[in-house]
Design a protein around this ligand. Sequence first.
Ligand SMILES: NC(=O)c1ccc[n+]([C@@H]2O[C@H](COP(=O)([O-])OP(=O)(O)OC[C@H]3O[C@@H](n4cnc5c(N)ncnc54)[C@H](OP(=O)(O)O)[C@@H]3O)[C@@H](O)[C@H]2O)c1
Length: 163
Amino acid sequence: MLSFIWAEDAKGLIGASGQLPWHLPDDMHYFKRTTMGNTIISGSRTFRSYNRPLPGRENIVVSSQKNFPDGVQVISSIEKLCDLIEQHADKEYIVTGGANLFSQLLSRVDRLYRTKINAEFDGDTYMPPIDYSLFDKVKSIPGVVDEKNKYPHTFEVFERKDH
Ligand SMILES: NC(=O)c1ccc[n+]([C@@H]2O[C@H](COP(=O)([O-])OP(=O)(O)OC[C@H]3O[C@@H](n4cnc5c(N)ncnc54)[C@H](OP(=O)(O)O)[C@@H]3O)[C@@H](O)[C@H]2O)c1
């Protein structure tokens, strides 16, 4: 199965100059908990924002390039990626972004882990529009707001209706 995980602001912004537009450790912890032990799939720009394979997870990068560190499986096309996912139907593959990769896999995704941040930021990369009528919201949990996590945010999970 194929999942997406991302955080977006009130207007759907997800990125700024190759990085996240905000600092929200509570969401970083949620990302870690949710992806740990699974296989993550990133576009090459998003992978460069990590700077290294994320530990405890199988790391796949989608790229036309080959110069990635050890511990990363590079896949050169969406077709090859979809073949791999279909060959392991019992496994959860989690796409961690960015917008470019999400757009190409939107018609195929089964589950959405969305962190909605109730604030507005400046940036340059937006989540592609999603038709939420095709999904059921199965979870909505408010995140912690404190000294270190200044922006109200909600962890939501959606499942595609025909699954
Ligand atoms: N808020 C969030 O949760 C979140 C999550 C993820 C990312 N982000 C942010 O989003 C921004 C990055 O997103 P982005 O949309 O610019 O880039 P991206 O999706 O991370 O990466 C795009 C790159 O991946 C490679 N690629 C994509 N599709 C491919 C295909 N079909 N075949 C071969 N290669 C393919 C290409 O690079 P090559 O030149 O290597 O081929 C392409 O330029 C950053 O600011 C990041 O911090 C935010």
